[in-house]
Design a protein around this ligand. Structure first.
Ligand SMILES: [Zn+2]
Ligand SMILES: [Zn+2]
Length: 161
């Protein structure tokens, strides 16, 4: 987990602002408040199903449909970031969290976060060369993490004996 970034509004206030600035003002429902509070109580990469499961364990009831709709709105509002790898969609905090990238282990699905200023600089150079303005980016490098690589090598050694 990386260090949080200082922000002026709480996630709830930010979402409230988003809901009231849409063409048709929308109500911030109790279920949505539960979701925002729950999601922002810890920084994790999560998918819709694991979120519903964790909320259920905490005795917070949100319907699937509401959960999916709210996640989409939270992405729109700039509170969450969507990470897509293959057929899997995971979410993480965007608001109050620094720009970063990910190494994803294809064996155990672990996501390792990293910040690299040189990479940011390179991306800006690439964008500039195309006259392109970057708003945000999401880079996911796929491969095998150190632990899974070690386990794999250990298995290979056993096979050789
Ligand atoms: Zn792994
Ligand atoms: Zn992340």
């Amino acid at each position: 987990m990386l260090n949080a970034v200082q922000v002026s509004l709480t996630p709830e206030q930010k979402f409230q602002e988003y809901l009231s600035s849409r063409p048709r003002v929308q109500r911030f429902t109790g279920q949505q408040k539960d979701m925002v509070r729950f999601i922002f109580s810890s920084h994790e990469h999560f998918d819709a199903d694991s979120l519903l499961e964790e909320m259920r364990k905490a005795s917070l009831v949100v319907s699937r449909a509401t959960a999916y709709r709210t996640l989409t709105k939270l992405v729109d509002a700039g509170l969450l970031r969507r990470l897509v790898t293959g057929s899997r969609t995971t979410f993480e905090h965007d608001y109050g969290y620094p720009q970063h990238d990910h190494l994803r282990c294809m064996v155990c699905s672990k996501m390792i976060e990293f910040e690299n200023p040189e990479l940011e600089t390179k991306l800006k150079e690439v964008a500039l060369a195309h006259g392109f303005q970057i708003d945000k980016h999401s880079l996911i490098v796929q491969g095998t993490c150190a632990q899974c690589k070690k386990a794999k090598n250990a298995r290979r050694k056993l096979d050789l004996i």
